[in-house]
Design a binder for this molecule. Structure first.
Ligand code: ADP
Length: 442
């Protein structure tokens, strides 16, 4: 028997005993009247508590729970405990939900929850961005109405979700997504979308690069192979054949060597293991030395001059800068016809330092200019090859300059010539002062 019943029986037994005593003193009518009055009081007390409980239930706040008497005191205390427990669970749930929402908003991947009929139940902000959804507006909508790509619908219907689907989104600049479906629970599905645009771009570049290198090597190798075959097949030692073929074979071998050297330079520059080794670089001296190289390269076919307007030095890696500047000078010489002009300049303009190479050569049409620093991009493939170009020179220049926080400015006009300028920011420039060089800001 529980304490509620126990208490009721004790009250009833005590009251009955009192009424029995009254009966002995005042007779049965008085005793019965008193018993009935006691029961009425008991019923009224319960009714008052029930009324209070009903009032409280209209707005059940734990702090407004009514005071109770007897067994009602315990009932109200139990109710209070229950409500407190419930509100603590609710706070915990709200906190967990908030954590989940914050985590899902910070997720780099998009997530959409679909019900058994592929209707959207929930999605995070990344999914809105990737798939063009709106969490509030699209809830309950069929996902295939919103992601209107036949391949996505097919993937959804195929029920084969072991591999992700690569989806090219027309929205945004060439957005490429990897979309993976994960079934769970009662036929629900989780759609995970990941932006793989950069990965795909790198993969395409890697494929193009391998194709280009193979292509570049194939021609000289074919020529060399052809000559070697002819020489092998010649019945006797053929002096004339050797005299003709050896220089051509050497030329092809040199071409391959130049290509491999440029590839190695590029790979060294790109390697994260070779940070920039900075030292003060005496640019005026470097320009003077480059002038002699340019004259040797031109072999007297061009008028080469120097415009040295600044005595600033640079903070950087001398060998890298020399290689970048040499590439610009070599291009100017190679793409400028005989009797043309090549001017090597070093000046300061505003806060920046400009190393420039100006030529009066063939020039470049505007639509080629933004692509010139791509590996193996050439305006005129055969002219580049004839003059010993590898198609990697400006890619090397771009890498060297970006390692020096410098930019490449290209101005050109077909038929009139080009100016390639390496623009160094003020913090790279050093001023020679009393036998030492100091930063410009010092
Ligand atoms: P390449 O070894 O072919 O010269 P680069 O990367 O050095 O490769 O240059 C890329 C292309 O840019 C060249 O093939 C050429 O078409 C063009 N180019 C570079 N410099 C000049 C220049 N001074 N005048 C005209 N065209 C140039």
């Amino acid at each position: 028997m529980n304490s509620t019943w126990g208490r009721f029986l004790v009250v009833l037994a005590t009251w009955s005993l009192v009424c029995l005593l009254v009966r002995a003193v005042a007779g049965p009518v008085s005793a019965l009247t008193l018993f009935a009055a006691g029961l009425l009081f008991y019923a009224l007390m319960h009714y008052r508590h029930i009324a209070a409980l009903r009032r409280w239930l209209q707005d059940p706040k734990p702090e407004a729970i009514p005071p109770g008497w007897g067994v009602w005191d315990e009932v109200f205390a139990d109710l209070y405990r229950m409500l407190r427990h419930q509100s603590q669970s609710e706070s915990r749930l709200t906190a967990t939900l908030k954590d989940f929402q914050e985590a899902s908003a910070a997720m780099p991947d998009g997530m959409v929850i679909l019900d058994a009929r592929d209707r959207i139940e929930w999605c995070n902000p990344k999914a809105e961005e990737h798939l063009g959804l709106d969490h509030a507006r699209d809830r309950g909508q069929q996902i295939t109405y919103l992601v209107r790509q036949p391949r996505f619908s097919e993937y959804l219907q195929s029920q084969k979700f072991s591999e992700p689907l690569v989806l090219r989104q027309s929205r945004g600049p060439d957005l490429i997504l990897s979309v993976q479906l994960v079934p769970y629970g009662e036929r629900q599905k989780l759609v995970i979308s990941r932006d793989i645009t950069d990965l795909e771009r790198v993969e395409t570049m890697r494929r193009d690069f391998i194709a280009n290198v193979s292509h570049e090597l194939r021609t000289p190798l074919t020529v060399l192979g052809g000559f070697l075959e002819t020489i092998t097949e010649a019945k006797a030692a053929d002096g004339e054949l050797m005299r003709r073929s050896v220089p051509l074979m050497s030329e092809q071998a040199r071409r391959m060597q130049r290509l491999v050297e440029d590839l190695l330079t590029l790979s060294r520059l790109e390697s994260s293991h070779s940070p920039l080794r900075e030292e003060p670089v005496n640019v005026p001296d470097l320009v003077r030395s480059l002038y002699h190289d340019a004259c040797a390269l031109s072999g007297g076919r061009h008028r080469v001059t120097v415009e040295l307007e600044s005595d600033d030095w640079l903070s950087g890696a001398e060998e890298e800068l020399r290689s970048a500047f040499t590439n610009l000078i070599s291009n100017a010489v190679r793409y400028t016809p005989e009797r043309g002009e090549v001017v090597i300049g070093w000046r300061r303009s505003g806060d920046d330092g400009f190393f420039s190479v100006r030529d009066t050569g063939i020039g470049i049409a505007p639509h080629h200019i933004h692509r010139l620093t791509e590996r193996f991009y050439r305006v005129d493939r055969s002219r580049s090859r004839e003059t010993g170009g590898t198609g990697l020179g400006l890619a090397i220049v771009k890498h060297v300059l970006s390692r020096h926080k410098a930019g490449l400015d290209i101005r050109s006009e077909p038929g009139r010539g080009s100016t390639f300028s390496a623009v160094f920011p003020a913090e790279r420039l050093l001023i020679p002062r009393n036998r030492e060089v100091v930063a410009r800001s010092a």
